[in-house]
Ligand binder design. Structure first.
Ligand code: F0G
Length: 372
């Protein structure tokens, strides 16, 4: 193997993300012991960074000048940052109007050539495939094996944080299905090395409107995957033709995990619940909690089992979603607009005259409604 110079490593000090307990969410889901491995606490605010440090470093060591990805926003933010840090140019292909402003603004700040294509994520992947065939541009989508190797970090950190005593369940959101594959690979390898003696059941949750993997497992026994037009407000996982579904399927089968799907209302409510525990995450990450609730109801997760949710993105990634939710605008014009349970979670800002009296009145009202 060629000798590598560690000074060549492109890093932003990713990893070492916290493991939080989620007491309020645990109660709501009906389990005793619930934790979140928060990958949104990485430098660019998502789980992509541990993979990107490796893959961007590989690109630089091998003399590439340009790196590129198609993205729903987080990969592009991460890639743009690591490329900038390493003196590489980056090309971002994102679906026009279908990613959050926070993520788009990151790519711009880190200096990427950002192309908003008039298509969806799956369309961006198709275009990028042709670009990399015609130019010596290094592909940094999650099919890149170095990204998968780097994303194993979360699982190994988690085991260390849990004293190498795996939880019964690990729940991951599913988009292109690279993350679930990476986490599963790490744990299978840890078992082979004798670092752990049992495996957590690894389960994948998707949004109902972007559920090709759930359908593949439920309708076709995992024998095929039918690509679909994906539609969800959790734009990070709005993916209809996931590249790594076969790898993800192997992980589910090897660990005894399952698939689940959740509605837009369920994921929005779960996001607010994670926020109310003082942790917060972006919409795509919250499908894990919403999925857990269904797995408990179905008896797949037992009340006394330990569960870890992988939260993939930071709460500030998609503030528009959060604001609309709390202002009651997210489901305006739909049946969910007057959903009482959702209303109870909403904390719209109040606009007041600039007097202490007005503020104190608001405080009294809040105090009353909290004790009711
Ligand atoms: N959660 C977040 C916040 C994501 O950004 C993604 C994927 C996923 C979950 C799903 O992970 O694809 O490994 O199954 N985002 C990619 C992107 C597709 O381009 O940023 P996956």
């Amino acid at each position: 193997m060629a000798k590598r110079n560690w000074d060549d490593v492109i890093t932003l000090r990713e990893g070492n993300t916290p493991l939080y307990s989620l007491p309020g969410c645990a109660k709501a889901a009906g389990v005793e012991s619930l934790f979140a491995k928060h990958q949104g606490m990485n430098p660019t605010g998502s789980f992509k960074d541990t993979g990107m440090t490796m893959a961007a470093t590989f690109a630089r060591q091998n003399g590439f000048h340009w790196v590129a990805c198609a993205s729903t926003g987080n990969t592009s933010a991460s890639m743009a940052a690591y490329a900038a840090r390493g003196g590489l140019r980056s090309l971002v292909l994102i679906p026009e109007g279908k990613i959050s402003w926070g993520k788009l603004s990151q790519a711009l700040d880190y200096g990427a050539l950002t192309c908003q294509l008039r298509t969806d994520f799956d369309g961006c992947v198709r275009v990028l495939g042709e670009v990399v065939r015609r130019m010596p541009v290094y592909l940094l989508n999650s099919v890149n094996p170095y990204r998968i190797e780097g994303q194993k970090t979360a699982a190994l950190e988690l085991m260390e944080q849990m004293d190498w005593e795996p939880p019964e369940h690990l729940i991951v959101p599913g988009g292109n299905l690279g993350n679930c594959s990476a986490i599963g690979k790490a744990l299978l390898e840890a078992q082979q090395l004798g670092l752990i003696t049992k495996l957590p059941k690894i389960s994948v949750v998707q949004a109902e409107g972007a559920n090709p993997f759930v359908r593949s497992v439920r309708e076709f026994g995992g024998k095929k995957l039918v690509a679909m037009q994906a539609e969800t407000m959790a734009t990070a996982i709005q993916i209809g033709n996931p590249a790594s579904w076969k790898k993800a399927l192997r992980i589910l089968e090897a660990t005894g995990g399952t698939v689940e799907q959740v509605s837009e209302v369920e994921l929005a409510s779960a996001k607010a619940a994670i926020g109310a525990d003082g942790v917060g995450c972006e919409p795509a990450s919250a499908v894990t909690l919403a999925g857990l609730k269904k797995m408990v109801k179905a008896g797949f997760v037992k009340t006394n089992e330990t569960v870890v949710l992988v939260l993939t993105g930071h709460v500030l990634k998609d503030p528009e979603f959060t604001l609309k939710f709390h202002r009651g605008e997210l489901f305006a014009g739909t049946a969910a607009e007057y959903n009482a349970a959702l209303k109870a979670q909403q904390r719209a800002p109040v606009i007041l005259d600039a007097t202490a009296d007005a503020v104190l009145k608001a405080l009294e009202q809040a105090e009353k409604s909290a004790t009711n």
